[in-house]
Design a protein around this ligand. Structure first.
Ligand code: PEP
Ligand code: MG
Length: 606
């Protein structure tokens, strides 16, 4: 079988919670929040933008024949088997021809997707399997379904981009079966008014024919950020959310608001507010497209907008963009496939690759480029849990997210940290840029103290991440030992809410808008303010433009996120005053739940 191109991004998926109602027991502020949406579904946002409209769904997929365990062998008499094979071939050829013709009148990625699907319909491997099955006596439609399932299983087992092709394969299967059995060809209806298209997953050939004037947004229950639906939606600029749990329950005709930035799909939205959000979104997108930094609020108050990077190439790219520096260099991602710990020199070379582009940029701008004028924050190895590293992670742990991960690896091998810090110091010497160095998964004051001593001993600037609630609670005491804090909202949320960050089922709990998480951020920022030391956020929360304003309102002094997210964050900050940010923060912390917190923040920032 052949494969086709795709692009990459990643995120988690899950489902949302019903909007809460204020009760007497709720904190002040909850009762005065605007009416929360009836319910919000949550998926993986892949194309930013806000749209509101009625739901439409694609034409139903054709009825597929069951495939018996023996593949349907012996059903067709021997004399008729050649004709049966011919029928299958002709149906596949007709489908391929139609798709190729549509590719001819499409452009760019859309044309490529249509051609790739046409190729799949004519794929020799697939037709070979159909031949084998029809020769054994299977009816043509049964042979097609059986052959497609065989390859779909193989693709799914391969994972990644190949798994994304399962949707393509099922589309080809359905079209060929529809052709063979005289059923309506599956596809997108022509909506009577501009609508939100909701589907299990869209077949690439369907997405390729989408008209952005008619399809305001796309929501799929399945699919992933690298699938064809996402690629085409990006090309067409249609707001898109994939892997949306609960999307199957959306009824045709029901009005939904789709937020392709946050992944929220709101049911029964307040139509007046929805229109305001759509209007605002248009303005935001235009502003993001022209944002070039530096980060500041509407009144000019500076907010450092920094990049999260994982290696030298990403750092070089980020240094060419608007990021003021690096707020999180995830060093463990450089060694995921490494079985033996690299020596100090080899590690230093890797770290220097990230420091150098920013040192050079700062010097080109006339600064010393030594770290006093450009911030690069390197995080020591966060091995373990979802990022196991062969040479650092214990082999079998009952509960790795609560196990020996991050800084805790020094309990088993203190030399790991010593050598990594030596390598960072060497990279600093080689590049002339003294980075700030922070530890992940710190839980106690003593850990912060020991880390601070080890980092300072090498002439570097120490900080710790706030990922475990214990550190937020004792932030002032921790700050006595280090120079800055950086809040990892991904883990802080997971540990504060006791909800596995990888669990789609618990995604509503794993939401940094949870008021409890915001309260922990507020405590941490307040401690930083009292100590006169900076407190940043480097988790995914910093990539959400609305939440970025709330975080700043809570007292956070820098935001670090994937470079692609920075323009929208920077532009949104530039439109908000400090007073608005503070009001949004206060309202969000006082809200009853994440949906109400978003809504309250939106109101404060309008
Ligand atoms: C976090 O937990 O928010 C964080 C930035 O670290 P990671 O996502 O790498 O665990
Ligand atoms: Mg973390």
């Amino acid at each position: 079988m052949t494969s086709s191109t795709s692009s990459a991004a990643s995120s988690a998926a899950g489902h949302g919670s019903p909007g809460g109602r204020a009760t007497g027991a709720e904190p002040l502020g909850a009762a005065s929040a605007p009416r929360p949406p009836a319910a919000a579904l949550r998926g993986t946002p892949v194309v930013p933008g806000v749209a509101v409209g009625p739901v439409v769904r694609p034409a139903p997929r054709p009825q597929l024949p069951p495939v018996p365990a023996d593949g349907g062998a012996g059903v067709v008499p021997e004399d008729d088997r050649d004709a049966e094979l011919e029928r299958a071939r002709a149906a596949a050829a007709a489908v391929a021809e139609r798709l190729t013709a549509r590719a001819g009148s499409a452009e760019g990625d859309a044309a490529e997707v249509l051609r790739a699907t046409a190729q799949l319909a004519a794929d020799r491997g697939l037709l070979g399997e159909v031949r084998k099955r029809t020769r054994a006596g299977a009816p043509a439609d049964v042979a097609v379904v059986g052959a497609a399932e065989k390859f779909a299983g193989m693709f799914a087992a391969m994972g990644g981009l190949m798994a994304d092709r399962v949707t393509d394969l099922h589309d080809v299967r359905d079209r060929v079966v529809a052709e063979l059995t005289g059923q309506e060809e599956p596809g997108i209806p022509n909506p009577e008014q501009p609508s939100v298209l909701v589907a299990e997953d869209l077949a690439p050939a369907d997405t390729a024919g989408l008209d952005p004037a008619q399809v305001l947004a796309l929501v799929t229950r399945g699919g992933g950020p690298t699938g064809h639906t996402a690629i085409i939606a990006r090309q067409l600029g249609i707001p898109c959310v994939v892997a949306t749990a609960g999307a199957q329950d959306l009824a045709v005709g029901e009005v939904v608001l789709v937020d392709g930035t946050t992944g929220a799909v709101e049911r029964e939205p307040d139509l007046e507010r929805a229109a305001q959000r759509v209007h605002r979104d248009r303005g935001d997108r235009a502003a993001a497209a022209s944002w070039v930094g530096p980060g500041r609020l509407a009144d000019g108050t500076p907010v450092a907008v920094l990049a999260n990077v994982a290696d030298g190439p990403a750092a070089r790219a980020a240094a060419g963009g608007p990021a003021a520096g690096v707020g999180l260099f995830r060093t463990e991602l450089c060694f995921l496939g490494t079985t033996v710990e690299p020596d100090v020199e080899a590690q230093a070379a890797v770290y220097a690759e990230v420091l150098r582009p920013f040192a050079e940029r700062a010097r080109a701008a006339g600064g010393p480029g030594d770290g006093s004028d450009v911030k690069v924050v390197l995080r020591t190895l966060d091995a373990g849990s979802d990022k196991p590293i062969a040479y650092a992670t214990p082999a079998h742990e009952e509960n790795p997210a609560l196990g020996v991960r991050g800084l805790r690896v020094v309990r088993r091998d203190p030399g790991l940290l010593e050598r990594q810090l030596d390598a960072v110091a060497l990279a600093a010497e080689q590049t002339g840029l003294r980075p700030q160095v922070m530890a992940p998964m710190v839980a106690t004051e003593a850990e912060a103290r020991d880390f601070g001593v080890a980092v300072r001993a090498r002439g570097l600037v120490p900080g710790v991440m706030v990922e475990v609630p214990s550190v937020a609670l004792l932030a002032a005491r921790v700050l006595a030992h280090v120079d800055f804090l950086s809040i990892g909202t991904n883990d802080l949320t997971q540990y504060a809410m006791a909800a596995d960050r990888l669990s789609g089922d618990l995604a509503d709990l794993n939401d940094p808008w949870q008021p409890a998480v915001l309260a922990l951020v507020a405590m941490t920022a307040a401690a930083g303010r009292r100590a006169g030391k900076p407190v940043g956020v480097c988790g995914e929360a910093a990539a959400d433009p609305l939440l970025a304003c709330v975080l700043v309102g809570l007292g956070v002094t820098s935001l670090s996120a994937a470079p692609a997210a920075l323009p929208a964050v920077g532009a949104r900050l530039a439109s908000a005053t400090p007073e608005q940010c503070r009001a949004a923060a206060e309202a969000a912390v006082a809200a009853a739940d994440p949906a109400a917190a978003r809504e309250a923040a939106l109101t404060a920032l309008l």
